[in-house]
Design a protein around this ligand. Structure first.
Ligand SMILES: [Zn+2]
Length: 203
């Protein structure tokens, strides 16, 4: 269903050294969101929850998603925004169609992305997960630059946290959520050079 990922799309640019500072990644532009809270004491970050989002749905390149995550979205700017009026949500990261990364919440903090959810018998995935949004639409495909950026980000996260798995929102909230959907190619992600070993993906 997805287009093949060109070779080399995943290779991090040579010479760039990415760093973490208090849960903020130097590979992403910071857009601090007030929508976060503390993680429960003693809980390790073991999961990445992958999402897709675009506002209006299917329209790419605008700033509505970052406005939503920072509580600055004008609910009257598009008829589709009425359905989400007042929503206060966030994710740790958004990967744009061209692979650029934005970060809204420190990964040391708990972002508000998964909602009612369960993974390996544990509820409240926000407590122990990182939320990554891909700019896109569930059911449609994603850009090679997004796979490359995601691969680099997962490598950076796996150096900082004891990550065990990446799952889609659709996998931790089945029936309620459907993103990123069948257009996301999990096997292509796993096949990218440098993809962290030992991280489980949906079957
Ligand atoms: Zn989602």
């Amino acid at each position: 269903m997805s287009e093949p990922i060109p070779r080399g799309a995943a290779a991090p640019a040579a010479g760039r050294r990415r760093r973490w500072r208090q849960g903020w990644w130097s590979g992403a532009a910071r857009r601090a969101s007030p929508n976060f809270g503390p993680r429960p004491a003693g809980v390790a970050v073991e999961l990445v929850v992958l999402h897709s989002i675009s506002l209006p749905p299917g329209v790419y390149g605008g700033d509505a998603v970052q406005r939503l995550f920072t509580n600055r979205l004008d609910w009257t700017a598009h008829p589709s925004f009425e359905a989400i009026r007042g929503l206060q949500v966030s994710a740790h990261f958004l990967l744009r169609r061209d692979g650029r990364a934005l970060q809204f919440v420190s990964t040391d903090q708990r972002a508000w992305h998964a909602g009612a959810s369960q993974w390996r018998g544990r509820d409240n995935c926000n407590d122990f997960s990182i939320g990554i949004e891909l700019e896109g639409l569930e059911g449609q495909t994603f850009e090679p630059a997004q796979y490359g950026a995601l691969n680099e980000l997962l490598q950076a996260l796996s150096r900082r946290y004891p990550l065990q798995a990446v799952a889609g929102h659709e996998h931790v909230a089945p029936g309620r959520k459907h993103d990123p959907g069948p257009g996301f190619d999990w096997q292509a992600l796993a096949a990218l050079p440098g993809f962290p070993q030992g991280i489980a993906l949906p079957a």
